[in-house]
Design a protein around this ligand. Structure first.
Ligand code: ADE
Length: 239
């Protein structure tokens, strides 16, 4: 997968890609990350990327020309037969979730446009077919952190990125369920023990316990995730 990020603040994006799983995914050539500085696509001597909104009001708006030129430049490098998605990060977008992450993880190219200030000239949004995505009901200073959140959640679903694919299969939200609790050594810490079933070596019982705990936590915290088929599936498996 090739990831293309259009931003006015490229420095914000650099650190997170140089650590841990995302770094290793690049080293293994499973992903390639290209960051495009919006200012490099300006043609005026002040490298102006934003301007006042027509009609007045507070805040600045990202100008259309550098964005169009940058997207054209990216698309020129992509074969027409390659699958791609353009993504615009905005609090007005559709709320992001694990299902959306799964869909994005199968694309060959993801192109992220990070908004800033009051947003971007509406003609950018009208012309290009973006997935407009929000990462939650709160407002950040720009689209860079949301883009990082999405990239992190997508990249870990690409086969080969996480060594034990099982660990993605047991994630929270995998089956519309939150994940169960985990314990590691020592067996007793500050008088706090570990549930005995986890020490029993009985894998069927352990699996049953984990499903039960996942169901309890999901019912307690996120009833909205529970679908009838989850409850049916769990009952069937536990019987
Ligand atoms: N830009 C600013 N806030 C945002 C949010 N919550 N989600 C996506 N992009 C944003």
């Amino acid at each position: 997968m090739k990831i293309h990020i259009i931003t006015a603040f490229p420095g914000l994006m650099e650190g997170p890609f140089q650590e841990s799983i995302i770094k290793r995914a690049q080293e293994k050539n499973l992903i390639e990350i290209n960051i495009y500085n919006l200012r490099s696509f300006t043609k005026d001597k002040h490298n102006q990327i934003d301007d006042y909104p027509y009609g007045g009001g507070p805040g600045m708006v990202l100008k259309p020309e550098p964005i169009f030129d940058c997207i054209d430049h990216i698309l020129e490098q992509i074969a027409p037969s390659d699958s791609k998605r353009l993504i615009f990060l905005t609090p007005q977008g559709k709320r992001y979730d694990q299902q959306h992450a799964k869909e994005l993880s199968t694309e060959e190219h993801l192109i992220f446009l990070c908004g800033h200030y009051k947003g971007v000239d509406q003609r950018v949004r009208d012309y290009w077919k973006f997935d407009e995505i929000s990462i939650g009901d709160y407002v950040l200073t720009g689209g860079e952190l949301p883009a990082l959140v999405i990239i992190d959640s997508v990249v870990r679903l690409i086969p080969g990125v996480i060594s034990d694919m099982n660990s993605a299969a047991t994630d929270s939200f995998y089956n519309n369920m939150l994940d169960c609790p985990y314990y590691t050594r020592p067996e007793v810490f500050r008088d706090l023990g570990v549930p005995s079933v986890l020490l029993s070596g009985n894998h069927a019982e352990i699996e049953k316990w984990r499903k039960q705990k996942a169901l309890e936590i999901t019912i307690e915290r996120r009833q909205d995730l529970i679908k009838d088929d989850n409850i049916v599936t769990n009952k069937t498996n536990d019987e």
